[in-house]
Design a protein around this ligand. Sequence first.
Ligand code: ZN
Ligand code: ZN
Length: 228
Amino acid sequence: MIVDLHAHTFYSGCGRDAPEALVLAMIHEGVEVFGITDHDYGIVERREEYVRTVRALAQKYQSKIRLLCGIEIATTPHHCLNATQDYAELDYCLIEHLDSPESVMQGDIVAFTKGFSCPVGIAHTDLFAFIKARNSDPFSYLSSLAQANIFWEMNVNFDSIHGYREHRYVKEFLESREQQQLVRASGIKISVGFDGHRMEDYLVDRVRDMNQRLSEMGITPYIPYAKQ
Ligand SMILES: [Zn+2]
Ligand SMILES: [Zn+2]
């Protein structure tokens, strides 16, 4: 199963692809479950149109791909929109900047997302370094996230927009049996995302490999429920 829960279209200021062209490209690449997660600060007042567009594509191509409608929420003061928004019509959201001292979450994602009526994921964050920095016990902390229905993203990006940089925490996780065991024991769910902004930069092999590696270590890549 090839699952990718993190992607941007022209609804993000930094994205360029039309949603339908992107979905067709993903079908061509063999992606089976695909989540579009444009930036909330790119969508702003176009939320209704955004959701309608993604839902229509989900229906149009339902025999070829399972398309999910998510959103990526920025939490630094510079980018942060109204934090009390309702995300009920979305299948899930990804949250950025948990480990930033500037984040309006102030390190407490459980409190911040308490009223959210969709699953919440932690985007591209070195969660083990974050846990260490706050002197928490990894097992207890991961368990508390699992209980709050918060999942953690393995971000496999490598593209021009991000300067062809890989996330080191992902490599560390793949090499650390201890971290893998803590994830399994705590029950926290793990998602896979490429975080693409340009479809010509998409590397499906990285997505496929991560899905496979997780499965091999007994962790099922997370797929949110589609609300339609
Ligand atoms: Zn992001
Ligand atoms: Zn992103």
